[in-house]
Design a protein around this ligand. Sequence first.
Ligand code: ADP
Ligand code: ZN
Length: 748
Amino acid sequence: MENDPTNEKLRVLKTYFGHSAFRDNQTDIIDAILAHRDCLAVMPTGAGKSICFQLPALLFSGTTLVISPLISLMRDQISALRQSGIQAAFLNSSQSFAEQRDILYQAQNNQYRLLYVAPERLDAAEFLEYAQNADISMVTIDEAHCISQWGQDFRPSYSKIPDFIDKLKARPVVSAFTATASPRVREDILHSLKLNDPKVVVASFDRKNLFFEVKTPKNKTQTLLKILEKHTDEFGIVYCSTRKAVEEVSANLQEHGIKAAPYHAGLPQQERTQNQEDFLFDRINVIVATNAFGMGIDKSNVSYVIHYNMPKDIESYYQEAGRAGRDGSRAECTLLFSGQDIVTNLYLIDLDDNKEPMDETLKAELKAKAKERLRAMEMYCKTNLCLRATLLNYFGEERDKHGDCGECGNCNNESETVDVTILSQKILSCISRTGERVGRGMIIDTLRGSKNEKILNRKFHLLSTYNICTESEREVTEVFNFLIENGYAYLTDDQYPVCKLTSKSAELLKEKQTLTMKRNLVAKRERIEKEASKSERRGRPDTIYYNINDALFNQLKALRREFADRQNVPAFVIFSDASLVDMCRILPTTAAEFLNVSGVGAQKQGLYAEAFTKVINDFVAINKIEKATEAPSNSSPTFVHTAISKERVPISVVADKINVDLMSRHLNPITAKQLNDFLVAEGWLANVTDNRGKNARAVTDLGKENGIEAIEKTADDGRQYQALLYYSKAQMYIVNKFLESGRSFISM
Ligand code: ADP
Ligand code: ZN
């Protein structure tokens, strides 16, 4: 078993990177590399390219040279590798000569599994001498599109790479990676790098949770404000093509009371960093930026990206727009187009701002190509056909432009009729449980499980209607308003209007009728988004979709910040958000359990298990949370840890908790009656006739043994009855049983 290569790969994946399974494309690429085959991988940002070369680098005997143009990011990348216990270093012009010499010396002694260099380094005499004598197993070219004159970021120094490889004493494996490449650029990469019978892997670039739209407004400022109105409390990026526009737009938003800040390369370093951090840490809602913003930024909760100006090409557009919705939730990408944008871009193309010196003929050629890319961008802004298909076709993916993706501004946007009975019942029942004393906002917060102070102070988190809606705030508000418009509830005339029920509410609550509503595209899109992220989950085991506990998540984030500050590295170097989410899900309280967290390998376990499990331990103790016995596996339906309550609760609450999950997966909810029937079948309850001759249930001895208790209660009409309450043991049994078998254990 020791030498089984599959085992070995998985062991290295867990030990160093903390993951327990490969994503589909990763296996293909890694296997090719380990079989010493060249490869080209075109995969979108976030797909997990780094592991594809970093993992083989650990299994090869010599060093892997990584050629990357992003000098500014090298330091962070290396910090991240070292955090994981991997010997790695970088060489670039920001280091002193002494430092560089020291690194080369270490490299000569095969001290590094990975050595990152900028392409300019390849013909430096000292470096070449090192390389020619060293044992270099692989040369990895990151951002490989930089070698193509058709790419949006051509670097002449990339052309030196094939010569450099030829000079090495033995030909290493050559692997190339990029997150953006049109078919033309792909061809260029294969030829220019002289890849040898390469394995080529091209992942889909479709981002199903992104909604694309182009507007050609008369007044961009007003349109922008209107769009932002829809997104209060959310986080977004507004891209402008010039620094001047950034300043103006940002000032304008601030004047309108929006928490916005500017970002461009002309700002003083300190202000720039401050604004970026404010955005990353949710202290402001909008960052108004030039394309300088975004490199290496990994903020997952960006709900919209608005382009105030048309960018220079589709590559840039897709990359920038792609910063929205990284957590898999639905996000909007809107481009505000005007004819002036074309003029501005042509002007920018004619400006000489190339990063590297080059001769006039080459410059002219590059400009011509840039103009051609600009034309494609312009076409995108003017087409009436499917925007998503237009984008994907550009990147070589077949998609019918005349089709209806249902998810872009140009595709069919009719409303649809939907059944909103259940959501309505939840809303009305929450109005009732909160005593018809509070306003709409608080009802929605309660339904959606908000942890805000007002909710906690009033103990609304203990209500059975707490945290039972997985719909977005917008969706719940929409149905709420529908109920008010149709007399199922009303708002008082007070300064702070309070929600009250009406005679119509009772009918609906008694399940005597169904309620349908014409829902607009927004809601339809949200539903599709959920479907999409559902199917994505299957392929992406770590996609965030759990209902995590915000309070704990924030505590863990703060702890991560402490460690990051102390080591002077960015937070993601310590743990990704996905790892923190996983901690909230698994609730590891021992070092051994900590290792189960996605992204935690041996080294990080050693460094951080103690501090993080302490926070989790305290949190679990203070909040009296009982962990589900079995952490559900990633691919099966997942119940949040809050599914089990330490208090005894009625069966309807158990049903509610299960329904939170079912509804999020668009399955029909189960009813308390169905759960009762199941428990009768299990012998925990028995059907009896109550003192009014009605059908009721009583708990059996077996039921009592398993955590069901019968309490005598008096009804409003003075009648005595038995209420059955379920202790956590019984809750856990039901939930686990449900987990095991889906809903099949309930006979429908
Ligand atoms: P890319 O370079 O393609 O933009 P990264 O290599 O930075 O993507 O990976 C994106 C994120 O996905 C990282 O947080 C990484 O830890 C995570 N990741 C990569 N591979 C896996 C895997 N097999 N399982 C779980 N998470 C993974
Ligand atoms: Zn479309």
